[in-house]
Design a protein around this ligand. Structure first.
Ligand SMILES: Cc1cc2nc3c(=O)[nH]c(=O)nc-3n(C[C@H](O)[C@H](O)[C@H](O)COP(=O)(O)O)c2cc1C
Length: 190
């Protein structure tokens, strides 16, 4: 089949949907965030990409702290809302009940089954966005979302975003075990 090139901005890979929590000009602010990735194994580090025009970007430059909150499928509307309006014009502080861990400027959302507080370690300025590389200071969850002490996707019910169709999707069935399914091809080489 012949390959065609598509518009470079039209990524179509799914991203895990999260909500970024910050302190913007002294008040709690939230922003829908999808551009995030694990960037270091030990210590556990997370990279997030935030557009320079957002209140959240200014907030993280100021405090060097933030939270990343993983919402469940029943939080689609409120999650999307945090991405529709800016904290520069709208006070989003009352949208969620929050709690704090070790960091003073990383408000975490109580109703999110998985939350993490992060401290900025490195800042990389790109043409339109800032890539904040951060250390994950703590991750919080509840027994009801864990199986054998580990986050259970079936219980957490996270969702993903696809672009350019701009849709949210729930996660489907498990189709294989990683670091294992490939063993059906041949035994791992030593
Ligand atoms: C579903 C969704 C995902 C988004 N993901 C990102 C993202 O990863 N990075 C980013 O800079 N903006 C992202 N945005 C845009 C911001 O969330 C949006 O502009 C928000 O209003 C900025 O809020 P703030 O000015 O209070 O920080 C996303 C918006 C939506 C609706």
């Amino acid at each position: 089949m012949e390959k065609v090139t598509i518009e470079k901005a039209l990524f179509c890979l799914p991203w895990t949907q999260t909500i970024l929590g910050t302190h913007y000009e002294g008040r709690v602010n939230f922003m829908a965030l999808d551009w995030l990735t694990r960037v270091n194994y030990q210590p556990p580090m997370l990279g997030i990409c935030v557009n320079k025009v957002h209140a959240s970007n200014i907030a993280i430059h100021d405090t060097e702290e933030f939270s990343v909150n993983v919402p469940s499928t029943d939080m689609v509307e409120i999650t999307d809302y945090t991405g529709l309006v800016s904290g520069k014009r709208v006070d989003k502080s009352g949208l969620f009940e929050v709690f704090y861990g070790e960091l003073k400027a990383a408000p975490m959302i109580k109703t999110c089954p998985l939350t993490m507080e992060c401290k900025v370690a490195q800042v990389i300025e790109l043409p339109t966005n800032t890539f904040f590389i951060s250390e994950i200071i703590n991750i919080y969850s509840e027994d009801q979302f864990l199986t054998d002490g580990k986050p259970d996707v079936k219980k957490i019910k996270p969702f993903v975003l696809t672009m350019p169709d701009n849709r949210f999707w729930s996660i489907g069935e498990c189709i294989g075990k990683a670091w294992n399914a490939g063993k059906t091809i041949h035994a791992p080489l030593k």
